[in-house]
Design a protein around this ligand. Structure first.
Ligand code: SF4
Ligand code: SF4
Ligand SMILES: [Zn+2]
Length: 147
């Protein structure tokens, strides 16, 4: 299941805030599967429908559809979400956005593929879990030091 979902891991699955939705527990679950931030479905959780970043008027004015293209980047709300993800899930959303901008979509996507593939069993990992969903090998997150 996780491997099939990973195969659909495309640049469109990166949310405007820098989160890779294919690594989200709601995207990976087998019931009420979320289509990701850029998809439309009533299985998307209410908190993501209401997301102030995804619904930000400034975002609609960006050429890329990512916060890194906004004049206010990184704004207070993005910094708050980034802080939460760094502390709780050991991934940096602002760093993801900067990497996406600097590396370009293809190289970024390749790196996502490498970062979220379990080195032990090849399953697709979840940003919200510190173990592999298949083999339970530890997954310490993707946060590099100094971010
Ligand atoms: S719940 Fe939110 S973060 Fe998770 S996959 Fe859906 S839109 Fe993305
Ligand atoms: S960085 Fe810009 S587009 Fe993104 S949430 Fe903040 S104000 Fe909106
Ligand atoms: Zn594994």
């Amino acid at each position: 299941m996780e491997i099939m979902r990973a195969a659909r891991n495309t640049i469109e699955s990166i949310a405007p805030c820098g989160l890779n939705c294919t690594t989200c527990y709601a995207y990976q679950r087998s019931k009420n599967t979320c289509p990701g931030c850029r998809g439309e479905s009533n299985t998307k959780p209410a908190y993501c429908h209401r997301c102030i970043i995804a619904n930000c008027p400034s975002l609609a004015e960006t050429a890329s559809g990512y916060c890194y293209d906004c004049a206010n980047f990184p704004c207070k709300r993005l910094k708050q979400l980034d802080r939460r993800y760094r502390l709780k899930y050991h991934t940096g959303l602002i760093q993801n956005l900067l990497d996406l901008k600097n590396m370009g979509p293809e190289a970024f996507q390749l790196r996502e593929q490498q970062r979220y593939t379990c080195r032990n069993c090849g399953a697709w990992l979840c940003v919200h879990s510190n173990t592999c969903p298949e083999c339970k090998a530890p997954f310490p997150g993707t946060l590099e030091i100094n971010h």
